[in-house]
Design a binder for this molecule. Structure first.
Ligand code: FES
Length: 166
């Protein structure tokens, strides 16, 4: 698009990550398109005086993005690649054997399920779901939680580890 062109869009929907009570050493785990949503969270955590570590997962070296952006913020960054062409060989979970006080994650469901098996603290997951209306009216994105059904578009996309039914 060109500067000055107009977009028709709905923004600011749903909740976001809650950085409170994440301890001194939060861990941010992003896979693919789930990485950008962690950027502002990382900024926020640094502003709060915390020491975040960021794990970024990719398939191969050519796909890597935002590594420098997170480093420039002042976060410790670990990159994983499935084919081992850069950083730690394997999945994000292969880099999780470090000390952390809490975790935040955004990425694909298989990554979430692997993190759920490996994680040793509380945390928050930012979900993706097929959506109809996008603002809470159609129930199309509804999912089961321990506290009843929740709409990913309005009550989410961030859910707490403790409430998720896998
Ligand atoms: S997409 Fe309609 S309620 Fe979420």
């Amino acid at each position: 698009m060109k500067a000055g062109e107009k977009l028709d869009m709905l923004v600011g929907l749903g909740n976001g990550f809650n950085p409170e009570k994440s301890g001194d050493k939060p861990l941010l785990i992003g896979g693919g398109v789930g990485i950008p949503p962690l950027y502002n969270l990382c900024k926020e955590l640094l502003k709060m005086g915390k020491t975040p570590t960021v794990i970024l997962g990719f398939n191969k070296k050519e796909e890597i993005f935002y590594e420098d952006a997170f480093k420039q913020l002042g976060a410790k960054v670990i990159v994983t690649t499935v084919d081992g062409s850069y950083g730690v060989k394997g999945f994000v979970t292969d880099a999780m054997d470090i000390e952390y006080s809490y975790f935040f994650t955004c990425g694909p469901m298989p990554m979430f399920k692997a993190i759920e098996k490996k994680a040793i603290t509380s945390g928050q997951y930012s979900f993706e779901e097929r959506m109809g209306c996008g603002f809470g009216a159609c129930m199309g994105c509804s999912c089961k939680t321990k506290y009843g059904n929740k709409r990913i578009c309005k009550d989410g996309p961030v859910l707490y580890r403790e409430e998720i039914v896998w």
